[in-house]
Design a protein around this ligand. Structure first.
Ligand SMILES: Cc1cc2nc3c(=O)[nH]c(=O)nc-3n(C[C@H](O)[C@H](O)[C@H](O)COP(=O)(O)OP(=O)(O)OC[C@H]3O[C@@H](n4cnc5c(N)ncnc54)[C@H](O)[C@@H]3O)c2cc1C
Length: 272
């Protein structure tokens, strides 16, 4: 399909229809996260979305009210897709005694239960080497030579989907530099996959990890994301540099301000 024929109809049934999937697997990844597998009723069906769109999962909070949250699948095949999900448990963080609204429900949901999901239009849309920034407002395709990505914790999933899609496209030479921040080494998701992508596409993709808490064996960056840190790892900006981000709210606020201090135009900064 030609780029000019490619339409994103955010109001189409594709994006607005809710449907049921079945939770078929929930394998632990680390101390607070699982890889969830969701199966369609039809064993041939796929989400079939372009990068970087996500889904909404609907569930219940502690009061029994319906809540929904955004998630990005990192793999799909005929009939199913996989999403890593971090659980915000109650009574873990003193500031959040109730934990998160949706994820404690997802942790307890019985295997083989059905749940409701919906496809969503994200803030960035990638197809064949080009992007549409904020597709709900704007339909102009843009080409970026470089994409800078700053992610925290579970915010890696949309970034990984984008990086993988670009690396898998032999016609796309977009350079990508990822800064991935986590609390500890155990919290890093997709470590092997990100390192493999960097090795396989070394002229195109570079990843840096930073940790809040690390021991003396840690060879990556240390501490919170700072202007000095990003200045030292990111290439010089051009008119066609895009800065994307996804992380916890306070981190997002900081990262947007750091991108601006680095010199990125507001229009070229996108939170997934
Ligand atoms: C585009 C996009 C894609 C996403 N993809 C993924 C994904 O693939 N996988 C994924 O896991 N998440 C993903 N998220 C995050 C997800 O949408 C939810 O925000 C997350 O699962 C938390 O939902 P919740 O209802 O459990 O928590 P909420 O009720 O929304 O509260 C979460 C916030 O409460 C605080 N909090 C609550 N409990 C604790 C605790 N025990 N410890 C520390 N802080 C706590 C934290 O500030 C946390 O950020 C994505 C978000 C976006 C915007």
């Amino acid at each position: 399909m030609d780029q000019k024929d490619f339409k994103i109809d955010t109001l189409s049934e594709f994006f607005t229809k809710k449907f049921q999937v079945t939770l078929t697997q929930r394998e632990p990844i680390n101390h607070d996260s699982y890889m969830f597998r969701f199966d369609f009723k039809n064993p041939k069906e796929r989400l079939g979305m372009q990068a970087v769109q996500h889904i909404k999962i609907y569930g219940l909070n502690m009061k029994g009210e319906i809540v929904d949250r955004a998630y990005t699948h990192i793999f799909e095949d005929d009939g199913y897709f996989l999403i890593p999900i971090k659980i915000y448990r109650p009574n873990v963080h003193p500031q959040f005694p109730n934990g998160g609204e949706l994820t404690p429900w997802l942790e307890k949901l019985d295997l083989h239960s059905e749940l409701t999901i919906k496809r969503c239009v994200g803030k960035l849309f990638y197809h064949n080497n080009q992007f549409i920034v904020r597709p709900k407002l704007n339909k102009t395709w843009q080409q970026f030579d470089t994409v800078l990505l700053i992610c925290g914790g579970s915010g890696i999933t949309p970034a990984y989907q984008l990086i993988k899609t670009i690396c898998d496209n032999p016609n796309d030479n977009t350079k990508m530099v990822l800064l991935y921040a986590n609390k500890t080494e155990q919290d890093i998701w997709l470590l092997k996959e990100l390192n493999e992508l960097q090795t396989k596409h070394k002229d195109q993709f570079t990843v840096h990890f930073t940790l809040d808490k690390s021991d003396e064996n840690w060879k990556g960056l240390k501490g919170f994301v700072t202007l000095e840190m990003i200045t030292s790892i990111f290439p010089k900006l051009t008119e066609t540099t895009l800065g994307v981000l996804c992380g916890p709210k306070p981190m997002n606020k900081l990262v947007i301000s750091l991108y601006e201090q680095l010199g990125l135009k507001k229009d070229n900064i996108v939170k997934f």
